[in-house]
Design a protein around this ligand. Sequence first.
Ligand SMILES: [Zn+2]
Length: 272
Amino acid sequence: MPTLPLKAVSLLALACVALSIAAPASARPESAALDLELRAGGFYVGLTHSAEPATALSSDRRSLGSRPLHLRETGWDVAELQLALAWQGFPSGRIDGRFGLQLAAALARFQRAVGVPADPVAAATTIAALRREPPRASIPLAWPLLAPLGDGFGPRGSRFHGGLDLIASAGTPVTAAAPGRVTWAGSRPGGWGKLVTLSHGHRVRTMYAHLSTVRVKVGQWIAGGTVLGRVGATGDATGPHLHFEVRVGAAATDPLRALVRIPDVTESVQSG
Ligand SMILES: [Zn+2]
């Protein structure tokens, strides 16, 4: 068991680095402006990391819901649709205001997940569903390791980061956030590197990416806290860190909404 002071120092570092790294890296002005506009329109927007001045907004934009959006349409409202779907857990690649096949596929996946008609133009029922809060994990999840936070769940440059980065040195043990069954263990294409995916029931899955080594096998049932592997930089990673995702059904969700809080320790350190 870690001692209280060790835990406290880790959490203090975590809080400081979260402020200093996550904030500037998370959103370009255009993403922040889109976020503000979505929020103003009543759409679901998660934790925002920056508040760009409204002067960054262009004046001739149409807001999401003001017209049907077809394949190959372009515009500010298409970018809003891309970002709104991403906040609901269905990112579609670059947030560029172009209605391409990736966006059409993400829209269809979202509609299927929330049970609204599969219209291809983002009509009223879809717009209403984009205003609802997305599902959150119904089981408590433990931190897979205690380390400073890198990028969080949200816009990152012109894309959307679907998980939480925990910055730790290569070789740091990564543990299961909850009991579950291993459904992926090993290299996976698409930038994941060496990945472990656990299925916990209750429609909740957790994913641990960029590992240097994997210690579990597909099909294995494991207890919470079991070492799954070690931190690495495999796949699309510029340095050693754990990319941690929490899926509820088909949707990626913000891990910070699911991970257990350890508030007492943090607060006692900050006040001391
Ligand atoms: Zn990441």
